[in-house]
Ligand binder design. Sequence first.
Ligand SMILES: [Zn+2]
Length: 197
Amino acid sequence: MSEARMSDEQIAAAFKDTDAIRKGHFRLTSGRHSDTYIQCARVLEHPTLTMRLAAEAVARLPKDLEIDLVASPAVGGILFGFAVAAALDKPLIFSERVDGKMVFRRSFEVSEGAKVLIVEDVVTTGGSVKDVSDLVEENGGSAVAVVSLIDRGADPLFSAPYYPLLQLITPSWEEADCDLCKQGVPIDSPGSRRINK
Ligand SMILES: [Zn+2]
């Protein structure tokens, strides 16, 4: 029995309905500034919806793509990575930063020659995805594809084939070019409750 497929409109609605798209002044993980923040945690707090999105992401992968293992960067990628791994019935490992360097802890291993699907929540420049991909390859595996919930539409830094579930073109820019900074608008913390919609 397979779950009903999701259309692009239904995927976009999941983000609107859960209030995941925030307006303000943000510093993204990439270091770039933006007036839009996509708080995937608001979507991922709903397990059934998360599992449906993951099943759809898997259904959109090429049928001949071989995957042995799913790897996600902590923290953002873990929940969606788990859901995608469940949909694939494959193991999930996650990487963490220690003193800025991406590493696998917790006795996670990548076996020699493992074909690894990298899963992230939001990709702006894909710096974390590139770091996980490099880490997988240093460990003898290969990053065969990348999946994310959201592609913010910047040029990705990684080279593996990329299958974002939803492309939301939301501008971001270097801090030096930020008009919001020049106007003295304080940076919003995405976790903050005071963020206005
Ligand atoms: Zn700024």
